[in-house]
Design a protein around this ligand. Structure first.
Ligand code: SF4
Length: 197
């Protein structure tokens, strides 16, 4: 099965319809040769409704504050392949926040996407995504060092959600020291110069 067949199958997947209680809307984005494969956790309700990944406050922080790139660069499929543990919004949790992403989605689809996409680097976003891909590592270590998946450089980021404010307050060195390194890696892979922004 080829890349386009997998994409078509993901788009039409409705495996979680009964569990969610609404029609799933798989959201992902990119090409087989996107330079950066970004693996998040699950789309937010706003992304579920718009169909555009990271079109929410989390995405604003990620794109404009951390990567410091424009939407034009971020949504260029030559640049980013955006996927996640789950491809659909998993619903609201009764105690607040979103439900956890169904890992059956990652087992079924993400593993195939990672085999198919010929990216240069990975960016893993959020503690749940990090735990799935690096089950033995501590999250604190993961966000401060460079790792490798499939032999390719891999960055792990805390979730940029505004709900994660406590983590940022207790880990100020992340935004002071690590974010500039991450921005440089992203810009280097995309071949960006200050005059491009
Ligand atoms: S979350 Fe994944 S497995 Fe569930 S319906 Fe969406 S694409 Fe299918």
């Amino acid at each position: 099965m080829g890349f386009h067949d997998i994409k078509e199958q993901i788009i039409s997947c409705r495996d979680c319809a009964q569990k969610f209680g609404y029609t799933p809307h798989p959201v992902f984005h990119g090409k087989a040769h996107s330079k950066i494969m970004q693996i998040g956790q699950a789309p937010s309700k706003r992304v579920h409704e718009s169909g555009l990944p990271f079109n929410d406050p989390s995405g604003a922080k990620l794109k404009y504050q951390w990567y410091q790139i424009t939407d034009e660069i971020f949504y260029n499929e030559d640049n980013f392949y955006m996927t996640g543990l789950a491809h659909c919004f998993p619903g609201k949790h009764p105690k607040g926040g979103d439900n956890p992403p169904p890992l059956a989605c990652a087992n079924k689809w993400l593993t195939q996407e990672m085999d198919m996409v010929d990216n240069e680097i990975y960016i893993v976003i959020g503690a749940r995504a990090a735990k799935y891909l690096f089950p033995k590592e501590s999250f604190e270590d993961l966000v401060l060092k460079n790792y490798r998946i499939n032999g390719k450089p891999t960055i792990v980021l805390p979730h940029p959600s505004p709900l994660n404010v406590r983590w940022f307050k207790t880990h100020p060195s992340f935004e002071e020291k690590r974010v500039p390194e991450i921005k440089k890696m992203v810009w280097d892979v995309l071949g960006l110069k200050e005059t491009d922004i």
